[in-house]
Design a protein around this ligand. Structure first.
Ligand code: NOJ
Ligand code: CA
Length: 824
C-alpha cells in the first residue's frame, strides 16, 4: 500500500509541476482570462449490488467552471454484460444540471468490481467521473452446514471502521474511548455499522464470510484495560453499546447481518463460553442475563451449586484437568456443568442463531469443559444448519494434546482452527524454514482429522504478531496468502493484511497487531490476489473438497496439487529471494494440454504444458524464478454425482444435515443411509439437505442417487442416539495408575464409544484431582437408560484393567444436566 501510494503522489506531483511550468512561462504579461470548462461528479461514487435483479441509482452532475454554460454529452462505458442503465448510454445534460442514472444488474452478472465511467464532452472539452460498481454474491436465504467454499475475513470490530460516531463513548461505559487512537487498550470507535458500510469492500475482495470479534455486551469499567476485543462479557444476551447502541439492543447487529446476507456474505460470531470477565478487576467476573443480575463470582454458591470454578490460574498447559477447570488468564471460569450456566450459554448461542448468525468461532475450546461442549454443539445443530470451529491452541502435531484435539474435532461436531498448520506456515514464510514443515503438517493432519477440509486455516490472527511484523516482506505475505487460499481447509484472512498494515511496537504483539484499518484500497496486490483465489474456490471444487498431494518440494519450493474427481488445482510457490529452480520430474493429474497461470501473472506466474502419462501426467520442465506463485487449474463439468462435504459429521434423527458437491442434477433424487433410502428436504445440483433419518444409531456411509439412478461416492456420518445432555460421571476407588495410564469411560451408546475401549472411542482420559476418584463430563442421549463401565488404558492404547462387575446403569435426564457417581 505504502509503495502504491508514494508512486501515486509522485505522479500527481509531477503532473502539477508540468502544469505550473506550462502556465508560468509568460513572464510579466497579465494572465489570460480563465477558460470556461466543466467537471463531472457522480454520487455515490461506489455502488454495491447483489447478484440478483436489482436497481441502484447514481446522480451525475455537471459542475460548470469559469462561466461554462454549454450542454454536455455523456456516454457510459465499463458496464458489464447484463447490466443496463437508464437513461442508456448517451444523454445530454445542461451546465449545472443533474441526472439520476439507474443501473439494473441482472442475476447472471459475475461477482466482481467493475470500473464504470461517465465520459462527458462539450465541443472539444472532455471530463469524466468514475464509479466503482461492486457486484456481490447472491443474497443468502438460509444457513448451511457446508462452509468449505467460504473465504473468511476476520474482523476486530473496534478496529475496522467507525460507522456510527454516536456510540463511541456511551454513558454507561464512559471514558473507555480514545479518539486519538494512541492508547491501544481503549476503544477506538469501530462498530457493527462500520462493518455494514464496508460491505462493498468485502464483497469486492471475494469474501464470503466475516468472523467478527465477540459482539456481546462487555464490562463497563476498565480492568483496567477496555474490553475492545470483546472477550470480557458482562451479558451474553445483549450487544455491546460501543458496537451497537446505548440500549444494548440487537438493532445494529440485525442490520449488519441483513446487509451481509443480502450480499452473499455469511456472519460468524466469536462466542466465548469458557469465562465471563476478569475475576480480579473491573466487574469481578459478574454476569448479567438480559440486563438482570445472574451470576456473581464473588458470592457464588458453594459446590455443588457453584456457577464458577474458583481455582488458580492454569499453570500447566498440558494438564487436561487444569486446562478445563482452572482459570485462564484471570478470567472468571464458568462451571458449564451447572444447570443455570449450561442453560444460559446455550440460550445465548440460540439467540445468535435466531438473529441470523451463520456460524460460530468458539473461543478457548481447550479450556471449556470438553465433554460439555459436545452438548453445546448439539444444541446448535439441533436448531438448524450451522458451522462451528473452536480455538484449540497448540504448537504443532507433536503437541502433547494433539491427539485430544483431533479426537475432539472428530467426535464433538466442532471443527478447529488449524494451529499446527498456521505455525508451520509462519515458520516457512516469516522465518524461512523448509517447506517440508508445511507438507508434514498437512500429511499428518489429513490422516488424523476426519474432515481436514473443514479445518479453519490462517497465517495471521488477532493473538499473534502479523507476518509483516515478523518479516516485513510483501512477497512472502503474498506467497503465504496464495498458499493459504489454495490449501485444504477454510482460509481466514486477518483484516488489514490486504492493506499490508502492521505496527511493529513490541514486535507487533497484542495489542499492536490489532491495528486500525487506515486504508480500504481495492487495488493492492493482496486484495486482488484474495479476490481471485476466492473466486477459484467458488468455481473449482478441488479447493473446497479436494485431496492434497505434494508434487514437488525442496526448502524453497512447494508444488501442491488439490484434486476432487476431475477437478484439479496445481499451485507452485518459490519463496526464495534469489534462486530460480529448474522444475523437472513434476507430475500432475491435470489432463494433457497447455495451462495458463490462473493469476494472470499477478505473482509472476506463467503457463505450463502437460503431456500424456496415463493420469500421472508429466509437466514439461520449466524454471521457477524467485518469489513466484503460479496456479494452474481445470474444472470440467461433473459427469456423475460427486460428494465433497457433509456437515455436521454427526447428529440425531431429525436434525438437518447438508451434503455438498457437484453433479447431483436439478431434479431431486434420493439420500441413502447404508441401504435405507429416503427423500431429501431440498435438492440442487450442488447442495442437498435432509433430515437425519430414524435409523439405528451408529456409523453410516451416506450416498446420493440422482433422479436417473446414478450413485455418488459415500461420506461417513454418525447417527446419535438422541439430543445430548451433559452428565458428570464419577467413579470412586479406581485402581492405581502408572504414569501415562488413565481411567476412561465407555458404554452401550454410540455417544460413549459403543462399549469400545480404544483411546479414540472411549470417553477420556478422565480427570483425577482427587485420585482414586476420577470424573469426567460426557454428553449422552436425553431420556435414555444407558449402561456404562470404566477401563484403565495406557498411553499406547493397551487396556490394563476393566471393571469385572456388570455395567452400571443410569437414566439420563430429559433436559438440563445430570450427574452419577459409582464405585469401581
Ligand atoms: C483466545 C482469544 O483469541 C483471545 O484473544 C482471548 O483473549 C482469549 N481467548 C480469552 O478469551
Ligand atoms: Ca462508533
Amino acid at each position: 500500500m505504502r509503495v502504491d501510494r508514494v508512486l501515486g503522489i509522485g505522479r500527481f506531483t509531477a503532473f502539477l509541476l508540468f502544469l505550473s511550468a506550462g502556465c508560468g512561462g509568460g513572464g510579466s504579461s497579465p494572465p489570460p482570462p480563465p477558460v470556461p470548462s466543466f467537471s463531472l461528479s457522480a454520487s455515490p461514487s461506489s455502488l454495491l449490488v447483489a447478484q440478483t435483479t436489482m436497481s441502484i441509482p447514481v446522480t451525475l452532475t455537471v459542475n460548470p467552471m469559469n462561466g461554462f454554460a454549454s450542454s454536455v454529452d455523456v456516454t457510459i462505458t465499463g458496464l458489464p454484460t447484463g447490466v443496463t442503465s437508464s437513461p442508456s448510454s448517451t444523454f445530454t445534460l445542461a451546465a449545472g444540471g443533474s441526472q439520476m442514472v439507474t443501473f439494473t444488474v441482472g442475476p447472471s452478472v459475475g461477482r466482481a468490481n467493475y470500473a464504470v465511467t461517465f465520459s462527458g464532452t462539450s465541443g472539444t472539452l472532455p471530463s469524466s467521473a468514475a464509479v466503482s460498481l461492486t457486484v456481490s454474491g447472491a443474497p443468502l436465504t438460509a444457513t448451511t452446514g457446508n462452509f468449505k467454499q467460504q473465504v473468511i475475513y476476520q474482523i476486530v470490530t473496534d478496529r475496522f471502521f467507525d460507522g456510527d460516531p454516536t456510540n463511541n463513548d456511551p454513558p454507561q461505559s464512559k471514558g473507555l474511548f480514545d479518539a486519538t487512537k494512541t492508547n491501544w487498550q481503549m476503544y477506538w470507535g469501530g462498530d457493527l455499522a462500520g462493518i455494514q458500510q464496508k460491505m462493498a469492500y468485502l464483497a469486492g475482495m471475494g469474501i464470503t464470510a466475516i468472523w467478527i470479534s465477540p459482539p456481546v455486551d462487555n464490562i463497563n469499567v476498565g480492568a483496567p484495560n477496555a474490553p475492545f476485543h470483546g472477550y470480557w462479557a458482562r451479558d451474553m444476551k445483549r450487544i455491546e453499546e460501543h458496537f451497537g447502541d446505548v440500549n444494548n439492543t440487537w438493532a445494529a447487529f440485525d442490520s449488519m447481518v441483513a446487509a451481509a446476507h443480502q450480499n452473499g456474505i455469511r456472519v460468524i460470531v466469536d462466542f466465548a463460553p469458557n469465562h465471563s470477565n476478569p475475576d480480579n478487576a473491573g466487574e469481578m467476573g459478574a454476569l448479567l442475563d438480559t440486563g438482570q443480575p445472574f451470576a456473581s463470582y464473588l458470592s457464588d454458591p458453594a459446590p455443588p451449586n457453584n456457577l464458577f470454578h474458583h481455582n488458580p490460574n492454569i499453570a500447566n498447559y498440558n494438564d487436561p484437568y487444569q486446562l478445563q477447570y482452572y482459570t485462564l488468564l484471570n478470567l472468571a471460569d464458568l462451571n458449564q456443568d451447572n444447570a443455570s450456566i449450561d442453560k444460559y450459554l446455550k440460550d445465548a448461542l440460540l439467540q445468535f442463531q435466531s438473529h441470523g448468525a451463520d456460524a460460530f468461532r468458539i473461543d478457548a475450546v481447550k479450556h471449556t469443559t470438553w465433554g460439555w461442549e459436545y452438548s453445546f454443539a448439539n444444541v446448535a445443530f439441533s436448531a438448524g444448519p450451522t458451522f462451528l470451529f473452536g480455538e484449540w491452541a497448540q504448537g504443532s502435531t507433536s503437541d502433547p494434546l494433539y491427539f485430544d484435539s483431533h479426537k475432539f474435532a472428530n467426535h464433538s461436531g466442532f471443527s478447529l482452527l488449524d494451529f499446527p498448520l498456521s505455525n508451520a506456515m509462519r515458520n516457512v514464510f516469516a522465518y524461512d524454514h523448509n517447506f517440508s514443515e508445511i507438507d508434514n503438517t498437512i500429511t499428518a493432519e489429513n490422516t488424523d482429522f476426519a474432515s481436514p477440509n473443514d479445518l479453519v486455516t490462517f497465517v495471521d490472527s488477532h493473538d499473534i504478531p502479523r507476518l509483516l511484523n515478523v518479516n516485513n516482506n510483501l512477497n512472502r505475505l503474498h506467497e503465504a496468502l496464495a498458499l493459504l487460499l489454495a490449501c485444504r481447509g477454510i482460509p481466514v484472512v486477518l483484516y488489514g493484511d490486504e492493506q499490508y498494515l502492521h505496527n511493529d511496537t513490541n514486535g507487533g504483539n497484542d495489542p499492536y497487531n490489532r491495528v486500525f484499518m487506515s486504508a480500504f484500497d481495492t487495488q493492492t496486490t493482496a486484495y486482488r490476489l484474495i479476490d481471485q483465489m476466492a473466486q477459484l474456490r467458488q468455481t473449482n471444487p478441488a479447493l473446497a473438497y479436494g485431496t492434497s498431494q505434494q508434487r514437488w518440494i525442496n526448502s524453497d519450493v512447494y508444488i501442491l496439487e488439490r484434486q476432487f474427481f476431475g477437478d484439479v488445482v496445481l499451485i507452485a510457490v518459490n519463496k526464495s529471494e534469489t534462486t530460480s529452480y529448474p522444475i523437472t520430474g513434476l507430475f500432475t493429474a491435470l489432463t494433457p494440454g497447455n495451462y495458463v497461470d490462473y493469476l494472470n501473472g499477478l505473482l509472476g506466474g506463467f503457463g505450463i504444458a502437460v503431456t500424456n502419462g496415463n493420469g500421472n501426467n508429466p509437466v514439461t520442465p520449466f524454471s521457477l524464478p524467485p518469489h513466484t506463485v503460479a496456479v494452474w487449474q481445470s474444472a470440467p463439468a461433473a459427469t456423475a454425482p460427486q460428494i465433497g462435504s457433509i456437515g455436521p459429521l454427526l447428529g440425531q434423527s431429525g436434525i438437518t444435515a447438508t451434503i455438498a458437491g457437484q453433479g447431483f442434477r436439478a431434479i431431486a433424487g434420493k439420500v441413502m443411509f447404508g441401504s435405507t433410502s429416503f427423500a431429501a428436504s431440498s435438492w440442487s445440483d450442488t447442495t442437498v439437505t435432509f433430515l437425519v433419518p430414524g435409523v439405528t444409531p451408529g456409523s453410516y456411509n451416506v450416498q446420493l442417487t440422482t433422479n436417473s439412478g446414478a450413485a455418488s461416492n459415500t461420506v461417513p456420518f454418525t447417527v446419535l442416539t438422541g439430543p445430548l445432555i451433559p452428565v458428570t460421571f464419577t467413579v470412586n476407588s479406581a485402581p492405581a495408575t502408572l504414569p501415562g495410564e488413565a481411567i476412561f469411560l465407555t458404554g452401550n451408546v454410540v455417544e460413549l464409544g459403543g462399549n469400545k475401549t480404544t483411546l479414540d472411542a472411549a470417553v477420556g482420559p478422565m480427570l483425577a484431582p482427587n485420585a482414586p476418584t476420577w470424573f469426567i463430563d460426557a454428553s449422552v442421549p436425553a431420556g435414555i437408560t444407558i449402561q456404562f463401565l470404566f477401563a484403565k488404558i495406557a498411553a499406547n492404547g493397551t487396556v490394563t484393567a476393566t471393571e469385572n462387575s456388570l455395567p452400571h446403569t443410569y437414566t439420563v435426564p430429559l433436559s438440563g444436566v445430570g450427574s452419577v457417581t459409582v464405585n469401581w
